[in-house]
Write a protein that binds this ligand. Structure first.
Ligand code: ADP
Ligand code: MG
Length: 298
């Protein structure tokens, strides 16, 4: 393609909210035949909401959520924000609820949070976080987790002083059109895989809903990079689509990194292409634009 064609292609992209950072990115996009998708905030809306709570101990819902919110209010994680939002709604009678002080707050990346609130040790997170603290998970809680994951929701355990006291179900639905995008990519002979930090049960249910056959769950950020590199070594031209700080190394490693516009600044900086409207359809727009620009000289 001539420099003018590249300029035109980049301009057309920009006018549609697909920000292409340079000619190399525009050229590589047409060759993409494997796409690694992050889950939360990429395939899903990314605004999780608490939809159900089950308590196992004799504790009032309001009191329970006061302890949990006091812990999670220190978290930057979307799940933490969802929990605090819910706790606030339980206290709509108060103008701006003040949570009790949390001491020794700790965020365990990819697992959850813990703190000391009202002299109680509060731990909020996934199963492995409980097991790491030698907290046993009652059968009722295990069963509830399975039901939650089957519905493509995320189950969060709450332990108070070493005992699982409640399970929260958090829902983060698929973006509208996500399923269609995956199916169109399939027809374009582009393979898709989902890589997420969330648990296997939820990840598989979401993958089934969106129509992705290949899943890696409970993945740490370097596993996202490893997957990208592994696919490249197998001869694929790989795009990564993500929104989180966790995704940034994989966005850099990919042949084409695509960041969701509503994502974190770090992901947007790491990417070659930014999907300003945060729509998944724009993944296809970017590939099409690249094909149109670079087929002119063939
Ligand atoms: P994702 O890619 O889904 O955003 P993360 O790696 O950020 O996944 O987190 C993985 C898992 O760790 C979550 O699904 C959740 O179970 C647990 N987790 C992380 N942060 C929190 C938090 N602030 N509160 C409760 N659980 C959390
Ligand atoms: Mg994400």
């Amino acid at each position: 393609a001539t420099p003018t064609a590249v300029m035109v292609g980049t301009g057309v992209g920009a006018s549609q909210g697909v920000l292409i950072k340079g000619g190399q990115a525009l050229e590589s996009a047409q060759k993409v035949n494997y796409i690694v998708f992050d889950k939360t905030g990429t395939l899903t809306v990314g605004k999780p909401v608490v939809v159900n709570t089950r308590l196992f101990k004799n504790v009032a819902l309001r009191k329970f959520y006061e302890l949990v919110a006091a812990t999670e209010v220190n978290s930057e994680h979307p799940l933490g924000k969802a929990i605090v939002e819910y706790a606030k709604r339980l206290r709509e009678d108060e103008e701006d609820p003040v949570w009790p002080e949390a001491r020794d707050f700790e965020s365990i990346i990819g697992n959850g949070v813990k703190a000391n609130v009202r002299n109680k040790e509060i731990i909020v997170g996934n199963k492995s976080l409980m097991l790491d603290h030698n907290i046993s998970i009652p059968i009722d809680a295990e069963e509830m987790l399975m039901e939650i994951e089957e519905m493509a929701q995320t189950g969060i355990l709450v332990s108070i002083d070493g005992e699982v006291s409640g399970v929260l179900a958090i829902s983060d639905p698929l973006k509208p059109g996500a399923r269609e995008v995956i199916s169109i990519l399939k027809s374009m002979k582009v393979k898709s895989i989902m890589v997420t930090g969330d648990n296997w049960g939820t990840a598989k249910s979401i993958a089934r809903e969106v129509g992705i056959d290949s899943v890696i769950a409970e993945a740490k950020p370097d596993q996202k990079v490893e997957k990208v590199k592994h696919l490249q070594a197998s001869g694929y031209t790989v795009a990564m689509v993500g929104d989180g700080i966790n995704d940034s190394p994989a966005l850099v490693a990919a042949d084409v990194g695509m960041a969701i516009g509503a994502g974190t600044d770090i992901a947007i900086e790491a990417a070659d292409i930014v999907l300003m409207k945060s729509n998944l359809e724009d993944v296809i727009i970017a590939i099409d634009l690249s094909k149109k620009t670079f087929s002119r000289i063939r």
